[in-house]
Design a protein around this ligand. Structure first.
Ligand SMILES: Nc1ncnc2c1ncn2[C@@H]1O[C@H](COP(=O)(O)OP(=O)(O)O)[C@@H](O)[C@H]1O
Ligand SMILES: [Mg+2]
Length: 493
């Protein structure tokens, strides 16, 4: 509102100035015109009456001439006409009111006009002296006096009129400027300020609706665009922060895997040798005693249990996997079919169908075939284990446009993708972040070691890929293994 007030003051000041100057110019231009008129009237009147008086003086006599002057004075209401002697002593009744020196005494019927304010009078007056030709020595003249009261009245009227017009205009301008200012500037600016405060406070969702097509409207639209851009930028930052946090979490996970891997490898080596000894002696006892004896049966139990421990140790060594993958260009379809064939007996036991859905021409990738087989086996065994009787476990192979996760990095591109889907119970959300942890298992002791997924995770990571899980409790699980595609692979049209 302060801006409006300043503009209003400026406008009113300008109006005041212009109208004031206009009034002054008008008064100054018109006053001389008025005075010139009065002078001319005085001169004409002086010459006319002077001429007549001169004639009468010569033909009839001085008394009649003076009577004519007195009569003319009677007839003129606004002009005072009287006979004066230019040589009369100043101050006497028939001497000119204006000092004779100021009259520039002229010859013949010449006239002189002087502006003078008689002492004691409130107004200036115009004195016109018309010399009158008379016989004899003395020089007579007519004195015509017209008070300039009308002129002053005109000035007063002009000033009053100008003041009135100026006052009305200033009031009008002020009212219009204040009104328009409030509507066009005050209210929208208030909204802009409120919007700026909202944005400052972090609320980027509010939008300003100022339909006006002026600078303020433009500012409002720019402000809206700015809020949108800020919101986008903020969302981007939040997304990046989330990705970074996820990356840190993944790194921590990977770090844990390595540590556990080293520990596991160490323990496996230490336990391996005594386990072989135990297994060997159990075998000896088992062979030494005839079947049916307790020693024979007990030795069989020791033997089978050491077998289990040996399996776990092999898995641990797999997990610790000290050798880097020996990669070659392999057909993923072939690997998938081998795994399916391997798992067929297990699947049959639960009346499951194992399907492999692959592109007809196969899909080649640079992988270590045995390691990738292990990945696929671990995923498929899990799927088989959770599937309800008679369900289907599907292995799929294709290429896909995908963006690697934050910890992996890299731009979106085409990847080879192996999927294993089941119709099992799904993974509860609280377990999802933990399933790749070594030794995390929800299975009964003896049924799961919790190493399958962490082994798969490590292998795929070493191949330059990653694993994604889609799982909703109650609607099955799908594991997707992304691998770098063979560079010779046909680019997708
Ligand atoms: N297809 C699946 N459906 C449901 N849960 C799964 C699936 N695959 C893995 N899981 C969960 O992840 C855990 C870890 O799996 P894994 O590392 O293979 O160990 P394990 O199979 O020995 O338990 C499993 O115990 C299970 O809870
Ligand atoms: Mg498993």
């Amino acid at each position: 509102m302060r801006l409006t007030r300043k503009l209003t003051f400026a406008l009113a000041g300008a109006v005041l100035l212009v109208l004031g100057i206009n009034a002054a110019i008008r008064i100054n231009l018109e006053l001389p015109v008025y005075e010139t008129d009065v002078r001319r009237d005085g001169r004409l009147l002086g010459r006319a009456i002077g001429g007549a008086a001169s004639l009468v003086w010569e033909r009839v006599g001085p008394d009649e001439a003076l009577a004519l002057v007195a009569d003319a004075n009677q007839r003129q209401s606004n002009v005072n006409i009287r006979w004066v002697w230019l040589d009369a002593p100043p101050g006497s009744d028939d001497a000119p009111e204006v000092a004779v020196e100021r009259l520039r005494p002229d010859e013949g019927a010449e006239t002189t006009t002087v502006r003078w304010r008689p002492p004691g009078s409130p107004h200036d007056a115009l004195y016109t002296y018309a010399a009158v030709k008379i016989p004899g020595e003395r020089r007579g003249a007519l004195e015509l006096r017209e008070t300039l009261v009308a002129e002053e009245a005109f000035v007063r009227r002009s000033i009053l009129q100008s003041t009135l017009v100026t006052a009305v205009l200033v009031l009008l301008c002020t009212a219009i400027a204040l009104g328009l200012g409030a509507v066009l500037v005050g209210a929208p600016v208030k909204k802009l300020v409120a919007q700026a405060q909202r944005i400052g406070a972090g609320d980027l969702s509010a939008r300003l609706d100022l339909p006006q097509r002026d600078e303020i409207g433009e500012l409002a639209r720019e402000m809206n665009a700015m809020a949108s851009r800020l919101a986008t930028a903020r969302a981007e930052i939040e997304r990046e922060t989330d990705a970074r946090l996820a990356a840190v979490e993944q790194l921590r996970h990977a770090d844990r895997l390595t540590t556990v891997g080293k520990l596991a490898a160490g323990i496996a080596h230490e336990v391996g040798t005594p386990l072989n000894v135990i297994s060997g002696f159990a075998q000896l006892i088992h062979d030494e005693y005839p079947p049916g004896t307790p020693a024979h049966e007990h030795a069989a139990v020791v033997s089978s249990q050491t077998q289990r421990v040996a399996t776990i140790i092999r898995e641990l060594l797999d997990f610790a996997r000290l050798r880097p993958p020996r990669t070659a260009s392999e057909d993923l379809t072939l690997i998938a079919r081998q795994v399916a064939a391997l798992l067929q007996p297990l699947a049959q036991k639960r009346q499951l169908t194992l399907t492999v859905d692959a592109p007809p021409d196969g899909l080649r990738c640079e992988v270590d075939a045995s390691q990738l087989q292990q990945v696929l086996t671990n995923l498929a065994i899990n799927a088989v284990q959770v599937s309800p009787l008679g369900a289907t476990v599907a292995i799929g192979i294709d290429t896909r446009q995908a963006r690697p996760p934050a910890d992996h990095g890299g731009a979106s591109g085409r990847w080879a993708c192996l999927t294993v889907s089941d119709a099992g119970p799904g993974i509860p959300p609280e377990n999802l972040p933990r399933i790749f942890e070594p030794f995390f298992t929800t299975k009964e002791p003896g049924e799961g070691t919790g190493l399958g997924l962490s082994v798969a995770y490590g292998i795929v990571k070493e191949h330059g890929g990653w694993i994604e899980v889609d799982s909703q409790p109650g609607s099955g699980t799908r594991f997707s293994v992304f691998l770098p595609p063979d560079p010779r692979m046909e680019p997708d049209a």
